[in-house]
Design a protein around this ligand. Structure first.
Ligand SMILES: Cc1cc2nc3c(=O)[nH]c(=O)nc-3n(C[C@H](O)[C@H](O)[C@H](O)COP(=O)(O)OP(=O)(O)OC[C@H]3O[C@@H](n4cnc5c(N)ncnc54)[C@H](O)[C@@H]3O)c2cc1C
Length: 536
């Protein structure tokens, strides 16, 4: 991508010493985003700073890291490429899926998403679509990371499924006792109250529950990081609809959603020891001659135009930029010799969590033109750890037309794995995914479960067959091969990975956020005890 090349150019300028003059020429990093912007040349200042710990960035792994290190007395600087997205009753912070605008897309995103050429202005928007071979990964860009745009389905894997797919040394019993409950408390997990589910716009949830029961499949309410009193207040007309009309697919304007920015990050900032630098896009990382870490940053405005280049030096560097963000930073550093002796397995073992989104249309049912959300019920089919999968009903964003359609999401365990390959022309690591990578779990287990629920009269469209994509990218710097279980990159003192890149390519038949946060909580217990004061 042009933006990456320009970033590489900027970095080379740094390394050749041109930056020392205090001013360099740097191209905007938004070359792909819109005509005109890419050609603009800015004069930007270069700033150098020293830090004790830098965390790239503020998602689940980054939020846990920032809070636990700050509580341990360590000053932490968090670099986040996205902006803050404040909420509150009747706010209009977030875009609507039914009425999309520039706020949806991160400015370095590929100019075509799912084959559609986009003509929105460049913006520090919510989602980066990262195209690879046979797979597009959708990644968040915001203070709070994926928690801002995620639906919030928060599942803890069962012991058997977890132990079949994760290293047993993680100790499920310990995590079950300590770390998963800690995350659940931090995010204020709760299921939708019956009073809400009985209300008119939750018909799709009730129909799904009836169908699952009739199919003899397990049915559970799904824990969500939501204060459901907000949704009940909407029913009473005390605030505009955000939950009860399913409008929160890309962020809930009213608030009441316990996202990472208002939980982990807010608590970290409240210690006075954590600072979050927004619109700080990390372009490169490097091991310095003295063994510390150098981080190259473009500070941008909301259009993605570079305002300042920063060269930051730190004793300890925690990568928490998500599966794609972290893996690509490490792969670029390895390919260009900026970090030598990284483990050979870097960039391998990446998985999609066998992610599916289905459109379920049934003309005999009235799901409702307006569907309350985000999620009430799911079916956890976890008896066999080798075929475990979950099917969940989620509200269809409201287009005010009754299409007799709702959404089902499915995911599960899979042995399909992709890998990243460095492309020098693009200065980027590109994902290669085997076309039929998840076919075994999708075709033999997830699809049949969806069809059992939907029934013969229904039309079910697997949207991932149309455009292969995942909202749950996992792995790339996997535990056990690239990192130890606490996220220490093997052979690289002071370098850590604590995010989705650390996961073994799936999340044990669950949505990933709970497990990413719980693994990070477990790791931070150990890092605070063992590394703070020595390495960190
Ligand atoms: C639309 C959507 C819905 C989802 N729904 C669910 C759900 O219901 N339940 C669930 O469990 N999971 C869900 N997920 C997945 C979940 O959000 C992710 O698994 C989770 O956020 C990953 O956590 P992480 O810590 O690895 O990274 P993230 O939370 O993605 O955080 C990574 C952060 O890194 C920043 N970053 C990346 N590169 C750079 C860089 N170079 N410089 C500076 N900052 C950078 C990004 O801006 C981002 O804030 C959903 C995801 C999406 C996109």
């Amino acid at each position: 991508m042009g933006g990456s090349n320009l970033s590489a150019l900027t970095r080379r300028s740094f390394l050749t010493g041109a930056a020392a003059a205090g001013l360099i020429l740097a191209g905007s990093t938004t070359a792909n985003a819109a005509p005109g912007i890419g050609a603009r040349i800015n004069r930007v200042t270069v700033t150098r700073e020293e830090h004790r710990v830098i965390v790239i960035d503020s998602g689940f792994g980054g939020g846990v890291t920032a809070l636990r290190l700050a509580q341990a007395g360590v000053p932490v600087t968090v670099l986040e490429r996205g902006r803050r997205w404040p909420t509150g009753p009747n706010a209009t912070t977030f875009p609507r899926v039914a009425n999309p605008d520039k706020r949806i897309l991160w400015h370095k995103s590929f100019p075509e998403v799912f084959g559609q050429r986009l003509s929105v202005d460049p913006y520090v928007g919510l989602v980066e679509a990262v195209p690879g071979e046979n797979m597009t990964a959708l990644c968040a860009a915001a203070v709070g990371g994926g928690s801002i745009v995620y639906q919030g389905m928060s599942l803890q894997p069962s012991r058997d499924v977890f132990n079949t797919h994760f290293p047993n040394e993680l100790d499920w019993d310990l995590m079950n006792r300590v770390h998963y409950p800690r995350v659940a408390r931090m995010l204020g997990l709760a299921t939708a109250p019956d009073e809400l589910v009985a209300s008119p716009t939750y018909a799709a949830a009730r129909i799904f529950a009836d169908r699952v029961r009739a199919a003899g499949m397990p049915l559970d309410k799904i824990p969500m990081p939501i204060d459901w009193n907000f949704a009940l207040a909407e029913l009473r007309g005390e605030m505009a609809s955000a939950y009860t009309n399913g409008a929160g697919a890309l962020g809930v304007n009213n608030g009441g959603k316990h996202t990472v920015d208002v939980t982990y990050i807010a608590e970290a900032e409240a210690t006075g020891r954590a600072t979050v630098e927004v619109m700080h896009d990390v372009t490169d990382i490097e091991r310095a001659a003295d063994g510390r870490w150098t981080v190259y940053v473009d500070r941008t405005d909301e259009t993605g135009t570079v305002l300042e280049n920063k060269i930051l030096t730190t004793d300890a560097l925690v990568l928490a930029a998500g599966s794609l963000g972290t893996t690509r930073l490490l792969m670029r550093a390895a390919a260009k010799g900026q970090i030598t002796d990284l483990p050979d397995e870097l960039g391998r073992g990446w998985g999609t969590n066998a992610d599916r989104i289905y459109m379920w249309t049934d003309t005999t049912e009235n799901f409702g033109a307006v569907q309350g959300g985000p999620v009430v019920y799911g079916s956890k089919n976890w008896a066999d750890p080798h075929t475990a999968h979950t099917i969940i009903q989620a509200s269809l964003p409201s287009f005010q037309i009754d299409t007799r359609t709702t959404t089902l999401v499915g995911y599960g365990v899979s042995n399909g794995r992709g890998n990243f390959v460095y492309d020098g022309g693009r200065d980027d690591a590109v994902l290669r995914w085997p076309y039929e990578g998840d076919a075994a779990i999708q075709n033999n287990h997830i699809d049949p479960a969806v069809r059992r629920i939907a029934g013969d009269a229904a039309v079910v469209i697997d949207t991932n067959q149309v455009v292969p994509s995942t909202w749950h990218p996992l792995g790339g710097a996997n535990m056990g091969s690239v990192c130890d279980l606490d996220g220490r990159v093997l052979g690289q003192r002071g370098l850590y990975v604590l995010d989705g890149a650390l996961m073994p390519g799936n999340a044990a038949a669950c949505n990933p956020s709970m497990t990413i946060a719980a693994v990070a909580e477990r790791a931070l217990d150990n890092l605070v005890a063992q590394d703070v004061g020595t390495v960190i």
